[in-house]
Design a protein around this ligand. Structure first.
Ligand SMILES: Nc1ncnc2c1ncn2[C@@H]1O[C@H](COP(=O)(O)OP(=O)(O)OP(=O)(O)O)[C@@H](O)[C@H]1O
Ligand SMILES: [Mg+2]
Length: 316
């Protein structure tokens, strides 16, 4: 969903970066009706991140709404910001998957811009905050299966996501979609602390070799929070310093935070093992989550035969 957010300059960037713009004053975002780029008119400003502005746009060519991620006017000189956004856009336009946001196009001038389909629904972060009731075990397992499907596809394209967190997932009508491939890269060595504080596996927080198991940890962290409404890692309020980003967290077993069916709790806990070799592969994780879904369906069928066709879903 398109969420109106507070837009304090530089207030939200949680991903690490080595460039600095000092105290430069950020110009305000564009107003509704202004052209962001040829053919793309601003419907509304959505949010300002560390390097990027996100807009609700009108595409004149397609005559439809879309979302634009553009480099902030005061960050144009940052090669990192430009190249990261263009890399994300080029990757997204090549990918076609029902659980990954679709990009319509990438422009490098006049402003580096990635144009995305507008996803209905709300971010998982928002959903977790808003809902009084926790997601059911079955809903959490469905969410996990969608993430396994999306991330498994990314991995088969030799790309790791490396920024899995509730605000990078949108859920609607039982469909979860993964966004924000700004940190995506091939497996390999990685300098520490590049990612979202509290959502990085130890090898990403501290620096080391990253591979598919690093995203398995990310899926585990998302499922932990979806199930319990608490982050897997409590890093306190200070999340943007280099030291905070390098904190290695060891989540406690999920069943200490909520009683869950044993197969689901085991699936979440094993994803969050500190040692990457102890984590399951994506297909192994998917099998564990399917067990939860099957058991929930069997239970529903025996308890309430009349309602057994009503399946819980992540965005419901
Ligand atoms: N295609 C989309 N449809 C609807 N909303 C979107 C879409 N893309 C992004 N958003 C909204 O904008 C927010 C920021 O998008 P995104 O995470 O891609 O940007 P970012 O600047 O890389 O974020 P951050 O660095 O804070 O993770 C999302 O959390 C979501 O609320
Ligand atoms: Mg994001």
């Amino acid at each position: 969903m398109i969420e109106e957010r507070g837009s304090l300059p530089g207030s939200s960037g949680s991903s690490g970066s080595s460039e600095s713009d000092g105290d430069r004053i950020a110009p305000p975002p564009l107003a509704p009706g202004e052209l962001l780029a040829p053919g793309y008119r601003v419907v509304g400003f959505l949010r300002r991140g560390r390097d990027l502005d996100v807009y609700d746009l009108w595409s004149e060519e397609r005559t439809c709404r879309c979302v634009g991620k553009a480099v902030r006017p005061d960050r144009m000189a940052r090669n990192n910001a430009r190249s990261r956004l263009l890399r994300e856009g080029k990757l997204l336009v090549k990918l076609t998957h029902p659980h990954i946001v679709r990009a319509y196009e990438v422009q490098s001038a006049p402003v580096p811009l990635v144009v995305l389909e507008t996803l209905p629904g709300e971010t998982l972060a928002h959903l977790i905050d808003r809902r009084q009731k926790r997601l059911s075990a079955e809903e959490v397992a469905h969410l996990g299966l969608h993430l396994c499907s999306a991330i498994g596809y990314l991995h088969r394209n030799t790309v790791l996501h490396l920024d899995l967190k509730p605000s990078n997932i949108i859920a609607a009508h039982g469909m979860a979609k993964v966004l924000d491939l700004s940190l995506a890269r091939p497996p390999g060595p990685h300098r520490g602390g590049i990612g979202a504080t509290g959502y990085m596996p130890p090898e990403q927080a501290q620096g080391g070799h990253l591979d598919t198991s690093s995203d398995v940890w990310g899926i585990g962290a998302v499922l932990y929070e979806a199930a319990t409404r608490e982050p897997a890692c409590d890093v306190g309020d200070e999340t943007s310093t280099t030291e905070a980003r390098k904190i290695v967290c060891q989540p406690r077993p999920v069943r200490r935070a909520r009683r869950l069916p044993a197969p689901l709790a085991a699936a979440i806990d094993v994803c969050l093992r500190a040692d990457p070799v102890e984590r399951p592969s994506i297909p192994e994780l998917a099998m564990m989550l399917e067990t939860t879904v099957r058991e929930a369906m069997a239970q529903a069928a025996s308890a309430e035969p009349a309602k057994s066709e009503h399946m819980g879903s992540p965005g419901a």
